[in-house]
Design a protein around this ligand. Structure first.
Ligand SMILES: NC(=O)c1ccc[n+]([C@@H]2O[C@H](COP(=O)([O-])OP(=O)(O)OC[C@H]3O[C@@H](n4cnc5c(N)ncnc54)[C@H](OP(=O)(O)O)[C@@H]3O)[C@@H](O)[C@H]2O)c1
Length: 283
């Protein structure tokens, strides 16, 4: 039995589909029952908060593997500590954790540092682990939908810097491989999409797929940071994003791997394919 945390999120939604296709027994945990009401009756569900110890004990009954999406902005990692300690007591054999490519750049502080701290909690538990360290998600561009719809514009703090955005579908595909097949214990995988693209190039692809002209407007990083805070993003996240934007703008985001293809046996999804699948969100 596999316990899937974050099952209603970008990666988790896709992971549940992958595991269902493979006929794997699984249980999901969510705070909102409605978000999992569409799932097949064979998928077990526990409704509750990751900070609640009785919910976690219930979720782990009979579980041998866990997909862990960290509750990241909790600096003390209380929810993740609770899950990891309870998993050890429940005899869990493997934790596949979503970490971040930012671990390579900031092992202390920021998003990378927080992910590394959770990795260390798992390492210290003695449970076998696989760490998935993706770069930026293609789904981050959903944050552009509001200004695309209202002004046909995307405001871009990363200049001509390139990254290799990855589809959550592919992260989930790798997670399914790590959960189902053996040989991935004590391995950390750096996951990216198949092509290096600037934001302007991503906007051009989105324009082509949606059939509407979208302008990519260069803005200073400080302006983007203020706007992110005004939109309710936590300060710690914005501070870390600011550092990441600076690095990308200076050309430091040009990192691409072929790990998705090596591990799943098929090429990683292109940004154009992802845009076709999510076209309606931008119209
Ligand atoms: N975006 C990027 O570019 C990027 C890059 C590298 C790494 N990452 C990492 O990827 C992760 C985000 O993945 P995602 O986009 O798939 O997540 P997401 O779409 O933001 O979904 C978050 C999930 O976490 C669950 N959750 C949060 N707090 C919970 C709690 N207290 N109790 C129970 N469930 C809780 C939510 O479940 P319910 O609401 O259903 O309860 C939801 O399913 C983060 O750790 C991030 O740092 C992101």
């Amino acid at each position: 039995m596999i316990l899937v945390t974050g099952a209603t999120g970008n990666i988790g939604t896709e992971l549940v589909k992958h595991l269902s296709t493979d006929g794997v027994r699984m249980r999901v945990i969510t705070r909102d029952e409605k978000k999992v009401s569409h799932l097949d009756a064979s998928v077990e569900r526990v409704i509750g908060d990751r900070n609640d110890s009785s919910t976690i004990r219930q979720a782990l009954q009979g579980v041998d593997k866990v997909f862990l999406l960290p509750v990241l902005l909790d600096k003390n990692h209380d929810a993740d500590r609770l899950l990891i300690e309870a998993a050890k007591q429940a005899g869990v054999q493997l934790i596949v954790q979503i970490s971040s490519g930012a671990v390579r750049m900031e092992a202390k502080g920021g998003i990378g540092g927080l992910h590394r701290e959770v990795e260390q909690l798992i390492e210290d538990s003695g449970i076998a682990w696989t760490f998935l360290r993706p770069g930026g998600f293609m789904s981050n561009t959903l944050q552009w939908a509001a200004t695309i719809k209202s002004q046909s514009k995307v405001f871009n703090p990363t200049g001509e810097g390139k990254t290799a955005p990855i589809s959550p579908y592919d992260i989930a595909a790798v997670a399914a491989v790590a959960l189902i097949s053996s040989g991935h214990e004590r391995k950390a995988y750096d996951l990216t999409g198949p092509e290096l693209l600037s934001s302007r190039e991503q906007v051009e692809i989105l324009s082509k797929v949606t059939g509407r002209f979208i302008e990519c407007v260069d803005i200073p990083i400080e302006v983007a940071a203020k706007s992110a805070i005004a939109n309710g993003l936590p300060e710690i996240l914005v501070e870390s994003l600011t550092e990441i934007w600076k690095r990308i703008r200076a050309g430091g985001g040009t990192f691409q791997t072929n790990e998705v293809e090596r591990l799943t046996g098929r090429p990683a999804q292109t940004f154009e394919t992802w845009c076709h699948e999510h076209r309606s969100a931008f119209l």
